[in-house]
Structures are given as structure tokens and as C-alpha cells.
Design a protein around this ligand. Structure first.
Ligand SMILES: Cc1cc2nc3c(=O)[nH]c(=O)nc-3n(C[C@H](O)[C@H](O)[C@H](O)COP(=O)(O)OP(=O)(O)OC[C@H]3O[C@@H](n4cnc5c(N)ncnc54)[C@H](O)[C@@H]3O)c2cc1C
Length: 280
């Protein structure tokens, strides 16, 4: 049984082209890839259920899972609830995801060869993404709302030494254009010190302000790290016997469809062996 949650199909369902999933030399549309995976899983007996998990009782077996106010029992559980990118909440931001707005440089950087790229954030991720994107873009502007950076000195120094990377500090983004053309053409920026507002041309707009793991129902029930990611106990195991993890909900480093799918495979094999050992 697969519980589909608030975002059926997961993060790939909100993207356009996926260029780096193996087996598709020309790339594949995200929702199409997800639909193919669903059909393949159904062919092997998976059932999909609408609803979200709000609460779990993992203190006894079978485990109890509350899905939309109804309790269900299960012998084993794979948590693959992902980690949602933080967005700025700009009026046009969500409408332009996959059309120039991105939360994943690894996924989308190659679309911006010799184009103008903007990266939002001031931490290590923002510096890493800026350095990576500078391989593709004609210029990369890092926009940060403060003058001080959270990024480590080594990451910041590397970005500062890159001639393609420029910094705009004490600056926030007010909105991103242009929904009428279904593509990013520019942003409206505001200097928080002087109050000056201006438009700047941009082709690719990358958010690097963190992710929020979707682990709210599991707080206090399994081991989570201080940011809420599941702590792995090796393989796909959590600290609770019979509860496994897969994908971005445990992985704060790679965050790719192929790594999440691989982790799903690991979890499925662990579940199969666990149930087998229990005589099911
Ligand atoms: C815009 C965008 C573009 C991307 N492009 C690429 C790309 O080109 N190539 C690539 O490799 N990767 C890409 N990624 C990253 C990739 O999508 C993720 O790494 C991958 O989807 C992670 O899979 P997952 O199954 O761990 O989590 P997710 O895809 O996040 O799926 C989590 C699922 O859990 C469900 N869920 C969450 N909470 C609950 C709950 N309480 N109860 C029930 N269900 C719940 C959600 O509804 C969702 O269906 C992109 C991501 C984004 C946001």
C-alpha cells in the first residue's frame, strides 16, 4: 500500500524535463516518469491510496498509522515522505517552477549554458550551487538578504574567487517575471538598507535556502536529527525494528530521483527480508 500524501507523485510531479534519470537518453517529462513508475509498481501488486499520514504508533506491532483520521495497521513501514524545498513565497514563484525557477542546480544547471543565473541564499548550499552553476552560466549572481554569510569560509572564499560569481548582499527578491511568457526573464529586487527597488534580467532562478524533511508525524517516534531528517541505522533501517527509510527524507546530500529510487529498492529488499524472517 502506497500512501500518496499531499503531493501525489512527489517532487518529480512538479518539474518539467528530467535529464539525468538513467534509461532516457533524450530526457523524460517528470510527471510521465512518475506515472510510468506507478504503473510498473501496480503491475507488481502495489495499491495507491489517497490521504496523508498525520500520526503513527510505532510502540507496538502491528504498527498503527493514522491516514486522514482513520487508523490502519501494518506489519512494516517504509518512510519515503521526502523533503520539500523551501521557497520564498513570491507571487509568481510557484507558477514558474520548471520554467526557470528551480531548487536543484544539479538537475537544472545544464539548461542555462551561457545564460544569466541567480542563486538565492547565504549558506554552504548556496555557495556550492553558485560554483556548480558557474560552469554553465555566463554569470551567476548570489543574492543574500544579510551582509554576513552563514557559509563556511572555505566555501565562501571559493565562490568569491570565481570571476563569474557576483554578490548582491542586503538584498531581497520581491518577485520573479514573466508568467505571461511562461519563462523566467527577470526579477524585482529590493535593497533592504536603502529601500531601492530595481529589475534585473535573469534566465535561471535557483533557490538554495534549505529543505524541510516531511517527518512531522514521526517526531518522537523514530530517531531524527536536529533538522528533522531520519537518522539511518545502516542500510535502510531506522532505530525502530520494522520501520525503514528511503529517499530525501533521510538524504540531505544527494537528493536525486535516481538516488531516491535506489534507496527505495534497498528499503523494499530490507522489508522483504524482515517479513520473511518473521515468517510472513
Ligand atoms: C522542481 C524540482 C525538480 C527536480 N528535478 C530533478 C531532476 O531533474 N533530476 C533528479 O534526479 N531529481 C530532481 N529533483 C529531485 C527529486 O525530485 C527528488 O530527489 C526525489 O523526488 C525524491 O524522492 P522521494 O521519494 O524521496 O521524495 P518526494 O519526491 O518528495 O516524495 C515524497 C512523497 O511523500 C508524500 N508525503 C509526504 N508527507 C506525507 C505524509 N504525511 N503522509 C503521506 N504521504 C506523505 C508526498 O505527497 C510525496 O508523494 C527535482 C526536485 C524538484 C523540487
Amino acid at each position: 500500500m502506497v500512501i500518496v500524501g499531499h503531493e501525489p507523485g512527489g517532487q518529480l510531479s512538479i518539474t518539467t524535463e528530467v535529464e539525468n534519470y538513467p534509461g532516457f537518453p533524450e530526457g523524460i517529462n517528470g510527471p510521465e516518469l512518475v506515472e510510468n513508475m506507478k504503473l510498473q509498481a501496480e503491475r507488481f501488486g502495489a495499491e495507491f491510496m489517497w490521504g496523508s499520514v498525520s500520526e503513527v504508533d510505532l510502540s507496538q506491532r502491528p504498527f498503527r498509522i493514522n491516514i486522514d483520521d482513520e487508523w490502519h495497521e501494518t506489519r512494516t513501514l517504509i518512510i519515503a515522505s521526502g523533503a520539500s524545498a523551501r521557497w520564498l513565497g513570491l507571487p509568481n514563484e510557484q507558477k514558474l517552477i520548471g520554467h526557470g525557477v528551480s531548487s536543484c542546480a544539479t538537475c537544472d544547471g545544464a539548461f542555462y549554458k551561457e545564460r544569466k543565473i541567480m542563486v538565492i541564499g547565504g549558506g554552504d548550499t548556496a555557495m556550492e550551487e553558485a560554483n556548480f552553476l558557474a560552469r554553465f552560466g555566463s554569470e551567476v549572481t548570489v543574492v543574500h538578504r544579510r551582509s554576513e554569510f552563514r557559509a563556511s569560509k572555505i566555501m565562501l572564499d571559493r565562490a568569491r574567487a570565481n570571476p563569474k560569481i557576483k554578490f548582491l548582499v542586503n538584498t531581497v527578491v520581491e518577485d520573479v517575471h514573466d508568467v505571461s511568457q511562461s519563462m523566467v526573464t527577470g526579477v524585482k529586487l529590493r535593497d533592504v538598507v536603502t529601500g531601492r527597488v530595481w529589475d534585473q534580467e535573469v534566465d535561471g532562478f535557483f533557490l538554495a535556502i534549505g529543505h524541510i524533511p516531511n517527518t512531522k508525524p514521526f517526531v518522537g517516534k523514530i530517531d531524527l536529527d536536529p533538522d528533522g531528517y531520519i537518522v539511518s541505522k545502516g542500510g535502510a533501517r531506522t532505530n525502530v525494528t520494522g520501520v525503514f527509510h528511503a529517499g530525501d527524507v533521510q538524504d540531505r546530500v544527494y537528493r536525486q530521483a535516481v538516488t531516491a529510487a535506489g534507496a527505495g529498492c534497498m528499503a523494499a529488499i530490507e522489508v522483504e527480508r524482515f517479513l520473511e524472517a518473521e515468517g510472513h
